[in-house]
Design a protein. Structure first.
Length: 335
């Protein structure tokens, strides 16, 4: 294989690179300039291929990849999303991303449920803790009125919207600030404490059936979405700490695109939980029927991940953009 003198190659072609950069930043192009930017794009793409195969340099490859991405966007405009793109997203990109990160969110889920169980057990075993948190009158009001009335105090449609936006806000915080780790841990711990404290009060006062009858219908999928968003945030943090063979920028870019894809999907899942919480949880359906709705929603989520997601993952999808031209070219790295 021919080895290219990288310095000499850059010196010979950087004039064209600078010209492509200049054209790609212009707001308007003449007819001649539009032809020129297409010609330069093809040349630079060929030059990038030569560098990648004969003299791979991460800095040069990164610069040319970004330059080509900007020039492509300037020359072709923004791609309109089609129904096929939406179908590909829901059948490959989203489920593959959820499947690839399954051990992260399933571990987060198991640890959170275990911790919640410990909190409930500890508080029931030590009644003094409950009395230190609230007065007998406040506890009686929560157990016999407030907990149940919360789900029916507002119009169902308004309540569904409020629940949806609140839950998505928590999920967005987990993902957006996941690279800092602490906000995600805080949200998870706060969720465990709130669920454990309220659950222990309801159970210790003989209202455990009401507690689980109202929590399970919407809570299974709702908390799963929280655990997914938290685990995505924690994965971003760990990617920053230990990027592996990839450069830290490349690793964060790849995981960041997957995080964005999953965040978009959580909008749909959380909308479903909001509808269930507003229309099913406070409904007059028997408890077994309401719980069945929640269990079926959770089973549907797992089936989605472990059928479509597994198949898409084995077929090469990861939750990231599948086209190298869309996600940018990556420099080769040592294993």
């Amino acid at each position: 294989m021919t080895v290219v003198d990288l310095d000499a190659y850059v010196a010979a072609h950087q004039g064209g690179w600078h010209r492509l950069n200049e054209l790609s930043r212009r707001r308007t192009l003449t007819g001649d300039e539009a032809d020129e930017i297409l010609d330069l794009y093809q040349r630079v793409a060929t030059q990038l291929s030569v560098i990648r195969s004969t003299a791979p340099d991460a800095g040069v490859i990164g610069y040319l990849s970004a330059l080509l991405a900007r020039a492509r966007s300037r020359a072709t405009g923004t791609k309109a999303m089609s129904l096929r793109d939406v179908g590909t997203y829901f059948s490959r990109t989203l489920p593959a991303g959820l499947y690839r990160l399954r051990w992260w969110w399933m571990t987060t889920m198991a640890a959170s449920f275990f911790a919640t169980g410990i909190v409930i057990w500890w508080m029931i075993s030590h009644p003094r803790i409950e009395s230190s948190l609230a007065s007998p009158a406040e506890i009686d009001k929560l157990v016999n009125n407030d907990f149940e009335s919360y789900y029916s105090e507002s119009a169902a449609s308004a309540f569904a919207f409020r629940v949806w936006t609140n839950n998505f806000w928590l999920a967005a915080v987990c993902i957006a600030f996941g690279v800092f780790c602490i906000p995600v841990i805080y949200i998870l711990v706060n969720n465990v404490i709130n669920l454990g404290v309220v659950g222990s009060m309801m159970i210790s006062h003989g209202r455990g059936d009401l507690f689980f009858g109202l929590i399970i219908p919407h809570g299974l999928l709702e908390m799963t979405c929280l655990f997914v968003s938290a685990s995505v945030g924690l994965k971003l943090f760990w990617t920053w700490v230990a990027p592996g063979a990839r450069s830290r920028v490349q690793a964060l870019a790849e995981e960041g695109r997957t995080a964005l894809a999953i965040a978009m999907g959580l909008v749909a899942f959380l909308l479903l939980t909001g509808v269930i919480e507003a229309f099913v949880t406070p409904s007059g359906l028997p408890t077994w029927a309401r719980i069945s709705v929640g269990v079926l929603a959770e089973i549907g989520f797992f089936a989605y991940v472990f059928t479509l997601g597994r198949n898409a993952y084995l077929d090469g999808a990861t939750g990231d953009l599948e086209s190298e031209s869309e996600r940018g070219y990556a420099a080769p790295v040592a294993a």
